[in-house]
Design a protein around this ligand. Structure first.
Ligand code: 5GP
Ligand code: MN
Ligand code: MN
Length: 325
């Protein structure tokens, strides 16, 4: 059935002329890379593509030159509506965010994703939950369509694989991931430079934020849950931006003996964005779903409309119940 989905996805592209390509709010490496790869595929097939995201491309991803063509919808309102949409790396329709305002009422939507919680919200769906990243599925599509690679698209595919596998370390790093990555290196992608740039280097504000976060690191009585929080004021005081939060939650889950690590981030309006990570023993997507969010077994998230201390109390309680089932 997957081959049929690939075929249907190619037909979806061949049947249209002008497409809106969007990924999820607060885009990560796979989201931006997938947007770029779909834009590239559309160009190869002689189609028009408008690339967009609700927010900005993280600065550290700017080395992919096509990222400059992704419209930041929060800064650059768009009047046009589209009747052919391609959504990438979005587990559900809400992850698209406010960009969905630009979808025509009867829009045809192709949903390309790898999240196990994906609810097949498209009018066409290309979903493979054992893919490590959405870019891996896009590589399947490129192969299926016999489109030849170049260094630009290979750099984006490599970036999506590298970021969604945590540097080829997570359990989703299958033989196939390594084969696709090797194929990308053969296109002269600078794998070592990208790894150093995305995984090793830190900005000064990022380190100052880490310092504050670690100061607040707290453990449950049984040491199986560790959490930290970032207040909204920390951002301005350290000069940090949203991107600088990435990876912070790993310090909690990476403590030996910890099963669930949680980061609570206070947002501008006082709500809380929660990021959960599991060492593998607990399914944090199940916990996130009880709060209206989702994700993967080992990485999930959601938002809560309440104060940060109240959110911490509630989420730690639910996580602790889930661990003691
Ligand atoms: P992060 O903690 O890095 O923001 O997100 C980890 C994973 O959890 C993401 O890859 C995504 O799958 C999922 N996730 C994060 N926030 C949300 C949310 O608000 N809703 C849903 N459905 N999934 C989320
Ligand atoms: Mn993503
Ligand atoms: Mn992804």
């Amino acid at each position: 059935a997957y081959t049929e989905q690939l075929q249907a996805a190619l037909e979806f592209i061949r049947d249209g002329n002008r497409f809106l390509v969007v990924s999820h709010v607060q885009p990560d490496g796979d989201a931006i890379s997938s947007t770029i790869v779909v834009g590239w595929i559309l160009r190869q097939l002689g189609k028009q593509a408008v690339l967009i995201n609700e927010g900005a491309v993280p600065i550290r991803l700017h080395y992919m030159e096509s990222s400059a063509s992704i419209i930041n919808y929060s800064k650059q309102p768009l009047e046009e509506t589209f009747d052919r949409i391609i959504a990438v790396d979005c587990a559900d329709f809400r992850r698209i965010g406010r960009v969905s305002e630009r979808f025509a009422e009867s829009a045809q939507l192709l949903n390309i994703d790898h999240h196990p919680t994906n609810d097949a919200f498209g009018t066409a769906n290309l979903i493979r939950i054992d893919a490590a990243a959405t870019v891996e599925i896009l590589y399947d599509l490129i192969e299926h369509g016999a489109i030849s690679l170049d260094r630009e698209v290979a750099t984006a595919i490599y970036t999506g694989l590298l970021t969604d596998t945590g540097g080829f370390r997570y359990s989703n790093t299958t033989p196939r991931v390594m084969q696709v990555a090797a194929r990308m290196l053969a296109e002269e992608v600078e794998g070592h430079w990208i790894a150093n740039h995305l995984l090793e280097q830190m900005t000064k504000p990022q380190l100052l934020l880490l310092q504050r976060g670690l100061n607040r690191l707290t453990f449950s009585d049984d040491n199986r849950i560790a959490w930290l929080y970032v207040a909204f004021s920390d951002m301005a005081e350290t000069g940090a931006v949203g991107d600088d939060l990435e990876g912070l939650v790993n310090y909690a889950v990476n403590v030996e003996g910890v099963d669930v690590g949680i980061l609570f981030k206070e947002t501008e309006n006082g709500d809380v964005k929660v990021s959960m990570r599991s060492s593998g023993k607990a399914d944090v997507s199940a916990i996130a779903q009880t709060f209206g969010g989702g994700g993967h077994v080992r990485a999930a998230g959601f938002r809560l409309e309440q104060g940060i201390q109240e959110a911490i109390g509630k989420v730690v309680q639910v996580a602790s119940e889930a661990l003691n089932l």
